[in-house]
Design a protein around this ligand. Structure first.
Ligand SMILES: [Zn+2]
Length: 314
C-alpha cells in the first residue's frame, strides 16, 4: 500500500498482560469492592491501532485500580496485533474479518466462523455487563480526532459531557456489519458505548489524545482517584464539542472514483452543490451547506465507503 504515514510510535509490548486475571487472555478486571458502575476500556479492536493499547498497558503497569465499581481493561484483537510489522503497517488491521463488524447478537451466538468472531464471543459476556464502554481506535490518514456515538442519544449526550476530543459524530453504523457500539444492548439508553478515533494510527499526538480521552472518561465516571490520573488528565474547561449527524454515505461505485482534490477529515465545505468527487459518470456534490467530510478514504475501493457527509447540529 502506497503513501502510508510513517510509523512514529512503536507498538507496545503487551506480553506481560497475556495471562489476564480471570481466565481470558489479555483481559483484566478489577473490582473495587464498592458500589459503582462497570466501566470497560477496549483497545486493539483493530490490530494495527495500538495507541489505546499503549494507554491500557501503562494503566496496568502503573497498577491503576478503581475506587468504586468495576474496571475492565480489554485488549481485543491481539492475534492481529501480533502480526503487526512496521514495514507493512496497514496489513494487521484484522486476520480473517474486521472485528468491529461482528457484534450483531446473532453472530455472538452460534459457532464462530472466524478468529475475530470467536474472540468477540469470548469478550461479549464481559462487555454485556458494562455500563460504560470506551472503545479506543485510530485512523489510517486523518489526524483530527473524533468521537463516534452511533445512533444512541445517550452516547451523544455522554460524549458532550466528556467534552473531548471536540468532534462528535452520530451515525447509523455500517451496512457490512455491526460495531460494538451498535449492539442493541448499547442502544436502550442504560448502558452506553463510545468509539474514540484518536488520530492517525502511528502518530505521537494520537497516543496523547488517547490518554486525554481515557483519563477524562475514567474521571467523569468517578472510577479512579484524581491524583492517580493527574499525569494524563487534561486541564479543562474544554471548548464546546460540535456534534455532526451523518446525512449521507457515499459508496464507491466504479474504479474511476476520484475526489476532485485531496479531502481532509472533518473539513467543512461551505456551499451546497460543491463538487467533491467524480465516480465515472456520476458527479458527487455536497447536499447541503456547511457539509462536513467524515473520514474520506485515500484509497477508494468499489463497494466501500468513500466518505460520509454530515451536518453540524446546533
Ligand atoms: Zn479502528
Amino acid at each position: 500500500m502506497k503513501n502510508l504515514p510513517p510509523v512514529c510510535v512503536p507498538p507496545p509490548d503487551i506480553s506481560p498482560h497475556q495471562a489476564g486475571n480471570g481466565g481470558i487472555p489479555y483481559v483484566w478486571q478489577f473490582d473495587s469492592g464498592h458500589p459503582g458502575p462497570h466501566v470497560a476500556l477496549v483497545a486493539l479492536m483493530h490490530g494495527n491501532e495500538y495507541a489505546g493499547a499503549i494507554v491500557l498497558d501503562q494503566l496496568l503497569r502503573c497498577n491503576i485500580r478503581p475506587c468504586r465499581g468495576r474496571l475492565s481493561l480489554i485488549f481485543a484483537n491481539v492475534a492481529a496485533f501480533g502480526q503487526f510489522d512496521p514495514r507493512y503497517p496497514a496489513q494487521s488491521r484484522y486476520g480473517e474479518e474486521d472485528m468491529n463488524r461482528v457484534w450483531a447478537p446473532e453472530r455472538l451466538a452460534g459457532s464462530a466462523r472466524t478468529a475475530e468472531q470467536a474472540r468477540a464471543q469470548t469478550l461479549w459476556p464481559i462487555l454485556a455487563t458494562a455500563d460504560r464502554v470506551l472503545d479506543l481506535h485510530s485512523m489510517l490518514h486523518d489526524p483530527i480526532p473524533l468521537m463516534l456515538a452511533g445512533r444512541s442519544a445517550a452516547a451523544a449526550a455522554l460524549a458532550r459531557e466528556l467534552g473531548l476530543p471536540g468532534w462528535i459524530v452520530a451515525d447509523q453504523g455500517h451496512a457490512d456489519g455491526t460495531r460494538l457500539i451498535d449492539h442493541p444492548h448499547f442502544l436502550k439508553g442504560e448502558a452506553v458505548a463510545l468509539l474514540a478515533e484518536c488520530g492517525q494510527h502511528w502518530a505521537a499526538d494520537t497516543v496523547a489524545t488517547a490518554w486525554a480521552i481515557t483519563a477524562r472518561f475514567l474521571d467523569m465516571c468517578g472510577m479512579v482517584a484524581k491524583p492517580a490520573l493527574a499525569p494524563w488528565l487534561p486541564s479543562g474547561p474544554y471548548p464546546p464539542p460540535r456534534l455532526v449527524r451523518v446525512t449521507e454515505t457515499i459508496t464507491v461505485g466504479s474504479e474511476q472514483f476520484r475526489f476532485v482534490r485531496e479531502m481532509n477529515g472533518m473539513e467543512i465545505i461551505p456551499a451546497a452543490g460543491t463538487l467533491i468527487a467524480q465516480d465515472g459518470d456520476r458527479a458527487i456534490a455536497t447536499p447541503h451547506d456547511d457539509c462536513v467530510l467524515i473520514m474520506p478514504s485515500r484509497l477508494p475501493a468499489i463497494g466501500h465507503t468513500a466518505v460520509r457527509l454530515g451536518r453540524i447540529e446546533k
